[in-house]
Design a protein around this ligand. Structure first.
Ligand code: OAD
Length: 254
């Protein structure tokens, strides 16, 4: 993709921003090799039924199916690396006094790229907990074997109460982690500029974040090759985040 010309308005607002929120979705990790959810061919929710994999009822009905699927995904993530979009977002924090990454992603690629302030609205693949008592379960940093799609795996038993350990992600029908959501709302309401990167902006309540920022006067910048549920951002950068984000930083701070 040829390097685009960025508008002087965008570059000026970016350089002048004192507080930035970077709101990300699965598309920011796509160039690392992690599938998105809604891609027409490779999307996870195109290939797998979320109702049998991503609800508390599904876990209770078939824990080995659900635990095995999330362990497959955790193994994929452990074998992937941050891409130029994650690195550019981490670089951006050195140009503004305050920057918060608010991700819907359950991978840890923002942190591995060096972003310091990251909150996970939909939990993490790397923070399982007991389904009964909520005690955290420490996962090993490495996968013992090649991840296999479709492999059933019994979840470990909680060391405190013996209950089944569940993935630390937010499932359909569950609330967002309250503290993370309140912090995201607070920062969206007082940021100067919000990036919405690699998200289809269809999953609520997370998709409200850019609207909150816009209502409070922030400049909204979308980075995505496709149109999304986010209406009329001030700047709509069409293309892959791994190309556009490094190019934007180079243009703003040559
Ligand atoms: P989606 O799969 O809904 O959307 C991914 C977006 O990334 C799409 O808009 C793509 O066009 C865009 N995209 C693809 N490649 C890209 C690239 N290289 N650069 C930039 N953008 C790219 O994923 P999310 O919006 O993250 O929730 O989905 C939101 C939530 O739905 C997820 O957190 C998950 C899912 O159900 C839970 O698991 C609770």
């Amino acid at each position: 993709m040829p390097v685009p010309e960025f508008s002087p308005d965008l570059l000026g607002r970016l350089r002048a921003a004192r507080s930035i929120v970077v709101f990300t979705g699965a598309g920011v990790s796509q160039e690392s090799g992690i599938p998105t959810f809604r891609d027409a061919l490779s999307g996870l929710w195109t290939q797998f039924d979320p109702m049998v994999l991503a609800t508390p009822e599904a876990f209770e009905a078939d824990p080995a199916l659900v635990w095995g699927w999330y362990e497959w995904r955790r193994g994929l993530v452990l074998r992937c690396r941050p891409n130029p979009a994650h690195h550019a977002i981490a670089q951006l924090q050195h140009h503004v006094p305050e920057l918060l990454v608010v991700t819907q992603n359950v991978d840890d690629l923002h942190e591995r790229a060096g972003s310091r302030d990251v909150i996970h609205l939909h939990g993490s693949l790397h923070a399982p907990r007991c389904h009964h008592c909520g005690a955290p379960w420490p996962v090993p940093e490495t996968m013992p074997e090649e991840p296999q799609e479709g492999r059933r795996l019994d979840p470990p038993a909680c060391r405190h109460c013996g209950g089944p350990v569940r993935p630390g992600v937010v499932w359909f029908g569950e609330s967002l982690p309250q503290q993370a959501w309140l912090l995201a709302l607070e920062r969206a309401a007082r940021c100067d500029l919000l990036f919405s990167i690699g998200t289809s902006s269809v999953v609520q309540p997370a998709a409200q974040l850019p609207m909150r920022a816009r209502a409070a006067g922030a400049c909204i910048v979308q980075v995505n090759p496709e149109p999304t549920g986010l209406e009329s951002p001030h700047h709509d950068l069409r293309g892959p985040a791994g190309t556009l984000m490094p190019a934007l930083l180079d243009a703003a701070w040559p």
